[in-house]
Design a protein around this ligand. Sequence first.
Ligand code: DLZ
Length: 166
Amino acid sequence: MKKTNLSDYDPTTIPDGKDYTIGIIAAEWNPEVTNAMCQGAIDTLVEHGVKEENLTVIRVPGTFELTTAADLLLTRTFVDAVICIGCVIQGETRHFEFICQAVSQGITNVALKHGKPVIFSVLTCNTMQQALDRAGGRHGNKGVEGAITALKMVALDRDINFEIPC
Ligand code: DLZ
């Protein structure tokens, strides 16, 4: 089966974000990775019509905090979608698995609680090289992919029509 890499997307298929409001939350851990992903997400959103004044960019200490910040952002402001950016690198202890488990489940819970897309742009890597390869390296930029996913999900949210046809 062909693996899809959203970094190689066809720009003509991406929804226009001119009236979309998007939050980006990025972890401070592994900043060489998360900064590149964050910038990739911002550039991609702006390229596809999102106005800079409709972008809220927030920093949190680590990937574990992404869930709480997404919940706060969706509770206290209006955003159409939130992109959560983080990078967890496997170390010698079991921290890795607890953070990955908590953030993946947490992001799902926040999305379902608010009924809004919350995008999982979290790298879970064995090495720093694997992370750099996915933050603007040979495997694309997962921040760009998070932005594309957010644009598509906001369009989906707006398109879904709950009226039942007669
Ligand atoms: C503690 C910790 C460790 C060991 N590793 C990472 C990591 O690789 N990536 C990351 O984003 N954050 C890490 N953290 C910090 C946690 O996400 C969190 O900030 C702290 O446990 C405090 O809640």
